[in-house]
Write a protein that binds this ligand. Structure first.
Ligand SMILES: Nc1ncnc2c1ncn2[C@@H]1O[C@H](COP(=O)(O)OP(=O)(O)O)[C@@H](O)[C@H]1O
Ligand SMILES: CC(=O)OP(=O)(O)O
Ligand SMILES: [Mg+2]
Length: 413
């Protein structure tokens, strides 16, 4: 890891800050980090972009005042980023600062080509655009973020860090679908996997929590946010993950179905008369937890479960059942499992999800300690008892820090 030189002549005053943009389909998370000590200077979230009820929440540097909020329509990701830039400027941390070394962007789909952090040129941007059909909810937002950031600071290196990159090590037998090889290859149809920045960061942190090197451990990472995915990481390398050509395959998610029989789509077209676009919206935005019970926030679902609500209970049970199938499958893929690790919004915060997902898996060496599971904390921690054969852990993810590290490593030379 490079530590910027703050003394001497050549590097004196060399820029050491990185702005990270994590643009989702209807949100932007941003963070400004000082890479000399990896501290977070300011951060924020713009959510419900495109709706009347958009909201920006900005956290200024420690000691520089209270969290600020703006409510009211923010039309698109361009406007969102400009609003974020205004908030940063109000803290004296504007994008025009000479201290800024680079802007790092989360880009969800990197296809076959991008398996490393990449400085964004016109040609790279074109390739990210070409991948829109396989990440229709995500790549367009990432592209808008890149365009606006380039317009605001055309002189600055902009770096793309890809969700797919960490999964590029999957063996061919895990990455390939069992469909006609020529057709698959002609259209680059294969399993790419997503949330890779998180799976990489969390699997490394989990090894550290066990007092081991990443190369020494096999872990199953469960990234359970609004989008959700599992990965099997053997000795620091991803060998399996639950998302595929697009972020639709795998686990039950907030609004996405995860695995279904692909024939459901022909059936919807032939029998229900739906178009490909309508089926896309159904499976990506109106399915998963929201399709099953009308809510996609796990807090609300748990509240309803506790009140005895049948639809919420069934939705919860389907979510947990799918998780268990993946834990079992990935245990078999790995052969030996050292840790099962929960992360992201649901994984980090929902004790009931962790408890239910581990229930009945004692034969796999998986046990959760109820007291440890009830602890609320922002640091990596074990929730399994000492005697358990396999560690169960909660490791908060930090995609922004990981993107900042990869971005800075690329530009700081
Ligand atoms: N205290 C909590 N208990 C249970 N679930 C929570 C809690 N806080 C957040 N969540 C869940 O986390 C989800 C958001 O996770 P996050 O990782 O931020 O998702 P994304 O990055 O996809 O927006 C929410 O939709 C909600 O279901
Ligand atoms: C790839 C993906 O599903 O991302 P998110 O969870 O941010 O929607
Ligand atoms: Mg996320």
């Amino acid at each position: 890891m490079t530590t910027p030189n703050t003394e001497g002549t050549a590097a004196a005053g060399s820029p050491s800050r990185v702005l990270v943009l994590n643009s989702g389909s209807s949100s932007v998370k941003y963070q400004l980090l000082d890479m000399s000590d990896r501290s977070r200077l300011a951060s924020g979230l713009v959510e419900r972009i495109g709706e009347e009820t958009s909201r920006l929440v900005h956290t200024p540097p420690p000691g520089a005042g209270a969290v600020r909020e703006r409510e009211g329509r923010i039309a698109d990701h361009d406007e969102a980023l400009r609003a974020a830039a205004e908030e940063l400027a109000a803290d004296g941390l504007g994008l025009d600062s000479p201290d800024l070394a680079a802007i790092g962007h989360r880009v969800v789909h990197g296809g076959l080509r991008f398996t490393e952090p990449t400085v964004i040129t016109d040609e790279v941007l074109k390739e990210i655009e070409r991948l829109v059909p396989v990440a229709p909810l995500h790549n367009p937002a990432n592209i808008t973020g890149i365009r606006t950031a380039r317009a605001l600071r055309p002189d600055l290196p902009q770096v793309a860090v890809f969700d797919t990159a960490f999964h590029a090590t999957m063996p061919e037998y895990a990455a390939r679908y069992a469909i006609d090889v020529e057709t698959a290859d002609a259209h680059r149809i294969r399993r790419y996997g997503f949330h890779g920045t998180s799976h990489a960061y969390v699997s490394r942190k989990a090894a550290a929590l066990l007092g081991k090197e990443p190369a020494e451990v096999n872990v199953i990472v469960l990234h359970l946010g609004n989008g959700a995915s599992a990965s099997a990481v053997a000795g620091g390398r991803c060998v399996e993950t639950s998302m595929g050509l697009t972020p639709l395959e795998g686990l039950v998610m907030g609004t996405r179905s995860g695995d279904i029989d692909p024939a459901v789509t022909f059936h919807l077209k032939r029998v229900a008369g739906m178009s490909a676009d309508e089926i896309d919206v159904l499976l990506n935005k109106k399915s998963g937890l929201v399709g099953l019970c009308g809510d996609n926030d796990m807090r609300e679902i748990r509240r309803r479960v506790d009140e005895g609500d049948e639809r919420a209970t069934l939705a919860f049970d389907i979510y947990i059942h799918r998780l268990k199938k993946y834990i079992g499958a990935y245990s078999a893929v790995l052969g030996r499992v050292d840790a099962v690790v929960f992360t992201a919004g649901v994984g980090e915060n929902s004790g009931p999800v962790r408890e239910a997902a581990m229930a009945g898996l004692e034969e796999f060496g998986l046990v959760v300690d109820a007291d440890l599971n009830a602890v609320r904390s922002g640091v990596p921690r074990l929730i399994s008892p000492d005697y358990a054969r396999v560690a169960v852990a909660v490791v908060p993810t930090d995609e922004e820090l990981e993107i900042a590290n990869q971005t800075f490593a690329l530009v700081d030379n």
